[in-house]
Design a protein around this ligand. Structure first.
Ligand code: NAP
Ligand code: HSE
Length: 453
């Protein structure tokens, strides 16, 4: 147990006496001063003291910032703020009310947040890696200590989505969440499609703009979007969905040919995260998908993200905004800090605690229905189309559309097939059969299709 953790905090004493808290200043500590941390610093520093006095009824100030390498940051930070490399300087400072964790990664963030709760400190984090793997446990610990754990920035940065789901939409049974949940990959796909940039050029620029994770493979392999999908599914379906429950596929297999063919089919390719509940089973998956140009998500480009939520009472609601970047992400973090400050001042912390009370099973991906785009390189010869049609029929797959491009090279042609809705395991079997059939050269790509195109 941490030194002093058994003592009653000022907040506990006030709770026991039933009084409302009066506090001159709410003190904040920042863990991390990178892209997001520097944005939080900028927003909090540019507001005048009176601004917070009017807005929340007390002043709000950054007291301490922790980083690994202080020399990098000394010139950017006002003298009155402590710059430290020591966690003890923060956890043992009883004046600090709210800890903002914007370092990233599982450790040491996980340990620090748990210690912060034990000390009665509230936490804001932008860390989806942590929330997608340890969210349930951290919620339970925060609830036990009657402190707040807020993480709005962890899912789609600037876009308010966690609080709307937990509060405004709480009266709904949520049926589906579908959206573009990663700014880096949306930026890359948008630039490949509209400016003919290569994948590498677009990734380099997304990294320079501060959109990508410290290790951008988390973005391009779909893991970042999968973490966000897990967090949303957890909240929406009140079930302990974690990153491991999400079927995930990134955008590395998307080629300029696929983008061009999608265009011919009046569609675009987007990395979509989908969480749905049907017949008391949950499906959570992230894939690149073709989506009709007429769907609102198709027009969401650059680092913008957007998500549709369908509830039994509300119908469809759409949320849209910047899904990555310094100030958009900091906007969500500061919003959380302000909300917690209000809770502290009105003696209402821990109000929205653990929400994981159901335990719906996860549907295996091969039991999920999708439409498919399949790009084949085939022998340009008689009998080939008939053979493919036979394989599809044998596997109960109905074809919606076929495009054949004449002789690409060496007597080969490119064949694009779009299917109707089919169970994934039927497609898996058909692709196996196609690979074995002698008339066919190669399955070049398989991409799922969202909705009608
Ligand atoms: P970043 O630019 O890499 O910054 C990380 C900061 O944390 C740096 O100041 C670093 O200090 C500090 N840090 C890292 N490990 C530390 C440790 N063990 N002890 C002390 N300080 C440590 O990262 P970021 O882009 O701001 O992302 C931060 C978090 O926000 C991540 O969880 C990320 O997933 C999330 N997020 C980011 C965005 C975005 O658009 N960037 C959007 C939403 C959510 P040094 O420089 O001294 O090492
Ligand atoms: N790397 C993430 C993205 C940051 O590109 O969406 C926001 O979570």
């Amino acid at each position: 147990m941490l030194k002093g953790s058994s003592k009653l905090s000022l907040l506990d004493k006030i709770r026991k006496s039933g009084e409302t808290m009066t506090k001159q200043t709410i003190h904040v500590a920042l863990l991390g001063m990178g892209t997001v941390g520097s944005g939080v610093y900028e927003i909090l520093m540019k507001r005048q003291a009176e601004h917070f006095q009017d807005k929340i009824g007390s002043q709000l100030t950054i007291k301490t910032i922790m980083v690994r390498n202080p020399d990098k940051y000394r010139d950017q930070i006002a003298e009155k703020i402590n710059l430290t490399t020591s966690w003890q300087d923060i956890i043992e400072d009883d004046e600090i009310d709210i800890i903002v964790e914007v370092m990233g990664g599982i450790q040491p963030s996980y340990t620090y947040i748990k210690e912060a709760f034990q000390r009665g400190k509230h936490v804001v984090t932008a860390n989806k890696d942590l929330m997608a793997s340890h969210g349930k446990e951290l919620h339970e610990l925060a609830k036990a200590q009657k402190v707040d754990l807020y993480y709005e920035a962890s899912v789609m940065a600037a876009i308010p989505i966690i609080r709307p789901l937990k509060e405004c939409l709480a009266g709904n049974d949520i049926e589906e969440i579908v959206g573009i949940m990663n700014g880096t990959t949306n930026y890359i796909l948008s630039k490949m499609s509209s400016e003919n940039w290569t994948f590498e050029e677009a990734l380099k620029e997304a990294t320079a703009l501060g959109y990508a994770e410290a290790d951008p493979s988390a973005d391009i392999l779909g893991y970042d979007a999968a973490r966000k999908a897990a967090i949303l599914a957890n909240i929406a379906f009140h079930s302990p969905v974690t990153f491991e429950d999400v079927t995930v596929e990134g955008i590395t297999k998307i080629t300029p040919q696929d983008i061009n063919h999608a265009n011919r089919l009046d569609a675009v390719i987007k990395l979509l995260g989908i969480a749905s509940k049907k017949d008391d089973k949950i499906a959570v998956h992230v894939h690149p998908m073709l989506i009709s140009k007429h769907h609102p998500l198709a027009t969401v480009n650059d680092s913008y993200n957007a998500v549709f939520i369908r509830g039994d009472a509300v119908g469809d609601v759409m949320f849209f905004g910047r899904g990555a970047g310094k100030l958009p992400t900091a906007s969500a973090v500061v919003g959380d800090v302000i909300d917690i400050s209000r809770n502290i001042l009105s003696n209402a912390t821990g109000r929205i605690g653990d929400y994981t009370y159901a335990n719906y099973p996860i549907l295996p991906m091969n039991q999920v229905n999708s439409r498919f785009y399949i790009r084949l390189e085939i022998e340009d010869n008689y009998g080939v189309l008939a053979k493919i049609a036979e394989i599809f029929a044998k596997n109960e797959i109905s074809i919606a559309e076929v495009i054949q491009d004449q002789q690409t090279h060496g007597g080969r042609a490119e064949l694009i097939i779009v299917t109707h809705n089919v169970l994934e395991h039927h497609i898996e079997q058909a692709l196996e059969d196609i690979k074995k059939a002698h008339v066919i050269a190669k399955v070049e790509n398989t991409i799922r299709v969202y909705g009608d195109i």
